[in-house]
Design a protein around this ligand. Structure first.
Ligand SMILES: [Mg+2]
Length: 263
């Protein structure tokens, strides 16, 4: 299953690339190709950026526990649950630290942030040892790098857990941007812009691939093309509100979405 979003009218999800027609022709005379032909998103590719957890690897990190623990810290600091509604895990930490800073308690804010990062790292490391590769992730990353295109990984996870996951999955990246590396985090563009800067890559010639809406928002805010990777438990319309340039359930389709097959 793959979707290509363009500026075409809402009635048509496919651009006029001829790809669907070519696919139909192929099915008449030859076996269905595993990877569907399509027009690549980029004519020049400076870099390909990936989210880590849920996109290249599966770690089963206990995100609900992380959120409960961050809520506890924020409420202990004096915030009400209403103040925290709708915030993601790192958003709760930022909000609680800001709350203490605004109350002229900067030392408490720093202590809360330190304690939050310690708890998050401990939970992430507990699960990083159980890392499993998402099917075809290692092959995809290797095939992109073989073409001389650098890979960046942009994750909200901490560095020790991210490096352990990548070691277990045997995935190599040229740049790894973790939670510790930026002040702002996805969906803010800062971590993607940092990865692009370290790779000397132009966002207009780069693509961000991820399994969360925040990955698409972050890539778009930084000016890259975006690919939404649908995990098996996600509905087909999961990314519809943020409209990435391409959506797939199969990482093997990412290469053809980015690069001309004969390049
Ligand atoms: Mg993810």
């Amino acid at each position: 299953m793959a979707k290509l979003y363009t500026n075409t009218p809402a009635c048509c999800k496919f651009p006029c690339t001829g790809a669907p027609r070519l696919q139909n022709r192929l099915t008449l005379s030859t076996p269905q190709p595993i990877i569907k032909p399509m027009k690549p998103l980029l004519s020049t590719v400076d870099s390909v950026l990936f989210d880590l957890d849920g996109t290249l690897v599966e770690t089963n990190i206990d995100f609900p526990l992380m959120k409960r623990e961050m809520f506890r810290l924020a409420v202990d600091a004096g915030m009400s649950a209403d103040d925290l509604a709708g915030l993601d895990i790192l958003g709760v930490v930022d909000s609680a630290a800001r709350f203490l800073t605004d109350a002229r308690k900067p030392a408490d804010a720093a202590r809360l942030r330190e304690e939050a990062m310690r708890i998050l790292e401990e939970i992430e490391l507990r699960h990083a040892g159980e890392t499993r590769e998402i099917p075809f992730a290692k092959e995809l990353v290797s095939r992109i790098r073989e073409r001389g295109i650098p890979i960046g990984i942009v994750t909200r996870n901490c560095r020790p857990a991210s490096e352990l996951s990548l070691r277990i999955a045997d995935i190599q990246a040229d740049v790894l941007i973790c939670r510790e590396d930026s002040d702002n985090h996805k969906p803010h563009p800062e971590p993607v812009l940092l990865a692009l800067s370290r790779l000397h890559a132009d966002p207009r010639n780069s693509v961000m691939v991820g399994d969360h809406i925040m990955d698409v928002q972050c890539g778009k805010a930084a000016g890259t093309k975006t690919i939404g990777f649908l995990r098996p438990d996600r509905a087909d319309d999961f990314f519809d509100d943020v409209a990435p340039d391409f959506v797939t359930r199969d990482l093997r389709e990412v290469l053809d979405a980015i690069i001309h097959r004969d390049s």
